[in-house]
Write a protein that binds this ligand. Structure first.
Ligand code: URA
Length: 186
């Protein structure tokens, strides 16, 4: 298993798949290395590829606002993606790209050891939970895997396209934060 610096250095130089050819920068992930609560998205978009930081575009601002409304600051949690390089035109990462990249995320989870993971959207769910899990079927319900509580919910970018997803997302986020705060108090 890697230590943080080694993991970071290797990941930042990764050429495991062709996304490395079109990226501006690797978006490693950021936040509290001891976070009890971790968010996992799909992959960097244009803003993330430009800045090197996850979830800084419109979707990220929505997530951050939601968290702040629940009394959780962005630096308290850890935010990462399934793939660390931007897929061209923000397409969904291909299976081979996810396969090539997922080891970085697994190492991040192993080092952070979060109590709760919120899967944002179907790509995250696919790689973190199982290939055939469907977000529309299982969002909002806890899944326990290897001692970690996983909350599947919509990707915040989906809320920007479809208002009707806002309430369920908010509900799931509240549920995740409530459990997180309970576990903190234990
Ligand atoms: N969407 C994602 O899935 N991840 C990001 O970092 C930004 C947008």
């Amino acid at each position: 298993m890697y230590h943080w610096q080694e993991l970071y250095d290797h990941c930042m130089a990764c050429e495991n798949c062709d996304l490395s050819k079109t990226r501006n920068t690797v978006v490693f992930g950021e936040g509290n290395l001891h976070a009890g609560l971790m968010f996992i998205g799909e992959g960097p978009g244009a803003d993330e590829d430009r800045t090197g930081r996850p979830f800084v575009g419109r979707a990220g601002q929505l997530l951050e606002k939601g968290l702040e409304a629940l009394g959780v600051s962005r630096d308290e949690v850890y935010i990462a993606n399934v793939v660390k390089c931007r897929p061209p035109n923000n397409r969904v990462p291909e299976d081979a790209e996810g396969d090539a990249c997922i080891g970085w995320l697994r190492n991040q989870v192993a080092l952070i050891r979060p109590k709760i993971i919120v899967c944002l959207g179907s790509t995250s769910l696919k790689w973190v939970v199982s290939r055939d899990a469907r977000i529309t079927k299982i969002r909002g319900e806890w899944i326990e895997k290897n001692g970690v509580f996983i909350m599947p919910t919509y990707h915040p970018a989906a809320l920007l396209r479809d208002e009707s997803k806002k309430m369920p997302f908010w509900h799931d986020l509240k549920k995740a934060v409530k459990k997180y705060k309970e576990l903190l108090d234990e």
